[in-house]
Design a binder for this molecule. Structure first.
Ligand code: DAH
Length: 355
């Protein structure tokens, strides 16, 4: 037997034994490395006499091929073995009981914002947003609020600098200003969001929520305002009939201005909306003051309209029987699991706005 054949037999035997991946790599370098045994055989070919060359070369080549095939197969076997042992050790037992998890709830304020947005969007209002940090101009000056107005007082407003240029918006009305400054009439928008005042008791929190409404077009009058609010209140409280009254009031940004009360009665400690002879104030509104329209470059000889501002937290408390406003913002998990809403439990008057 030639040396080559002996070498081949020897290594094929080694490769058929139970060896490690390390051994295989060792064999590879022994045979095919720079000074490897097979490599050296190849080097000999050029020095061999012409009549022996063919036989020699074919022996070396087939030794190389057979050994390489055996090595590849051995490596494949290793990989399969590894996968099999992984499958064994990482087996998932699908019969185990699921891990318990806590499902989140929708906060009543978010729920009510969704409900309000969907009711107004059905009658043509789009939703606008503004920042919580406002400048003095949008929050007061553009809204025709004079320098000596009590709302500007430090006792009421959280200013963010000594010059009183920036503040936490005290109402959502500056979104009216932003909307009109960036667009052209007609405008028909609502703007829900957070608002801030220096106030805290059972029915007031330093941070609360409002939704602003604004409708500016040709020939819009107080009749439209009344119709719109009437529709909203009925839809929101899911009642057929509502008792509603406009009480004359004053806001610098509207003329005339009104506050709106709705009728209610107490039955077994529960508030029934739309019946009875008690009145509850729920919003402020009016026809937008011409000075406001001028400040935002709306032509007052062509356009006019109404605006309103509703306290969202108050509406949520009324609709869902919550009696302390401060609980809204306490982040008490027991409270939210009681008063919160299941994300998959769609309320009857919900019209499909995405959360
Ligand atoms: N911004 C008022 C407030 O916070 C509410 C309000 C009243 C908004 C009348 C309006 C409005 O747009 O027309 O008390």
């Amino acid at each position: 037997m030639s040396d080559i054949l002996k070498l081949k037999e020897e290594y094929l035997k080694k490769l058929s034994e139970n060896i490690s991946l390390e051994n295989i790599n060792q064999i590879k370098s022994e045979l095919f490395g720079k000074n490897g045994k097979i490599t050296n055989e190849f080097k000999k070919i050029s020095n061999i006499s012409a009549d022996e060359k063919k036989k020699f070369a074919s022996e070396v080549n087939s030794a190389k091929d057979e050994i390489q095939t055996a090595i590849e197969k051995k490596i494949k076997d290793f990989e399969i073995e590894q996968i099999n042992s992984k499958l064994q050790s990482e087996k998932v037992d699908v019969t185990l009981p699921e891990r318990s998890f806590v499902q989140g709830k929708i906060h009543p304020v978010s729920q009510v914002i969704d409900e309000i947005s969907s009711i107004f969007s059905e009658i043509g209002f789009s939703v606008e947003e503004g920042p919580d940090v406002e400048n003095e101009y949008n929050n007061f000056t553009a809204l025709n609020t004079p320098d000596n107005h009590p709302a500007r007082d430090m006792h009421d407003t959280f200013y963010l600098d000594h010059k009183k240029e920036f503040l936490l918006r005290t109402h959502t009305s500056p979104v009216q200003v932003r909307t009109m400054l960036k667009g052209k009439p007609p405008f028909k928008i609502i703007a829900p969001g957070r608002t801030y005042r220096s106030d805290s008791d059972q029915t007031h929190a330093p941070m609360f929520h409002q939704v602003e409404g604004l409708h500016i077009d040709k020939n819009i009058n107080m009749g439209h305002l009344k119709g719109c609010l009437n529709h909203f209140i009925k839809e929101f409280f899911e009642v057929e009939k509502i008792k509603m009254r406009f009480r004359p009031s004053h806001f610098p940004f509207t003329e005339p201005s009104a506050e709106v009360d709705i009728g209610y009665e107490l039955k077994d400690g529960k508030i029934i909306i739309g019946e009875g002879d008690k009145w509850l104030e729920i919003l402020g509104c009016g026809m937008v003051h011409p000075n406001v329209l001028k400040n935002v470059k709306v032509n007052t000889s062509k356009y006019q309209g109404y605006a309103f501002g509703i306290g969202i937290d108050r509406l949520a408390m009324l609709k869902y029987g919550i009696n302390d406003l401060r609980a809204f913002f306490d982040t008490d998990y027991r409270w939210i699991s009681h008063f919160g809403f299941d994300p998959l439990d769609v309320p009857s008057n919900y019209r499909g706005l995405s959360r």
